[in-house]
Design a protein around this ligand. Structure first.
Ligand SMILES: [Ca+2]
Ligand SMILES: [Ca+2]
Ligand SMILES: [Ca+2]
Ligand SMILES: [Ca+2]
Length: 266
């Protein structure tokens, strides 16, 4: 299931797509701008971003938008939720200490921690897990401008092992990882416009999947690690596309004159 944002009914709402059937259902339907939705590992809850009292909050709801719980509940700008692989916690971005930091919190609001703790802007967390059973390691990929331009970093959960993977003077952002295939997809502007890239978890083999003059954004690796979904304005407005991780077989999933963007895929 891909969750994405679209304004096809005139206001920003969350839609879900069954990728095999290309069938689309609208999940939220209200006067609030719902964005950045990600499905929990158990597929019963969704984390999304919606304004409350004129500031963004992380909201946990049922898949159909019922029983919303304000998880972040802070007057700062809270956004970009990512589920822990076990579904017990959420990573998100907040500027509550004066600049953007990566926070993790239990889904009941307990044990809030700042794991980036750096004066630069740290954002776009994506939580992933490598290894199997007793040998698992949790990592968070994120974006930071701490070296003077945007780079993709990964960090462990206590922030003690933080690594710059991209090391490129262009802006690199929007990481999404698969611990299963040990790959990170991200956006880089190193060829002059936003393109979708893939690399290893150590930053090796950085390759451009899209090579197109349009703006290619918001990549996520699919559940089987063989496809990357992303948004692109190459047909004149934002659509969702998928492309194989080997760089072949690109398909437009939406074909709608509205703006369709920001996919998450589980
Ligand atoms: Ca807030
Ligand atoms: Ca920071
Ligand atoms: Ca860079
Ligand atoms: Ca569109």
């Amino acid at each position: 299931m891909i969750l994405f944002e679209s304004n096809r009914d005139g206001k920003p709402e969350i839609y879900g797509m069954n990728v095999a059937e290309r069938s689309v259902v609208r999940l939220t339907d209200n006067d609030i701008a719902d964005t950045q939705a990600v499905l929990a590992p158990d597929a019963f809850l969704v984390a999304l971003v919606a304004p409350q009292n004129d500031n963004n909050e992380i909201i946990l709801t049922s898949v159909t938008g019922e029983a919303p719980f304000n998880l972040s509940n802070n007057p700062a700008d809270d956004q970009q939720p990512s589920w822990s692989p076990d579904g017990d916690r959420i990573a998100f971005t907040s500027n509550r200490d004066g600049n953007q930091e990566i926070y993790v919190v239990g889904i009941d609001g307990s044990e809030l921690r700042n794991i980036s703790n750096h004066p630069a802007n740290d954002s776009e967390p994506f939580w992933f897990r490598t290894g199997e059973l007793l040998d698992t390691e949790d990592w968070i990929a994120f974006t930071s401008n701490r070296d003077g331009n945007l780079e993709i970093y990964i960090t462990n959960l206590d922030g003690s092992d933080t690594r710059n993977l991209t090391l490129n003077v262009a802006n690199d952002y929007s990481p999404s990882a698969s611990g299963f295939s040990e790959q990170i997809t991200f956006v880089s502007e190193r060829d002059g416009n936003p393109e979708i890239y893939l690399m290893g978890l150590d930053g090796s083999n950085q390759s451009n999947l899209t090579n197109h003059g349009g703006r290619d954004l918001d990549p996520v690796i699919g559940p089987t690690s063989t496809w990357v979904a992303f948004s692109s304005d190459r047909d004149g407005n934002l659509e969702l596309y998928v492309i194989q991780t080997i760089g072949e077989g690109i398909y437009n999933l939406t074909q709608n004159s509205a703006q369709d963007s920001n996919p998450s895929w589980r």
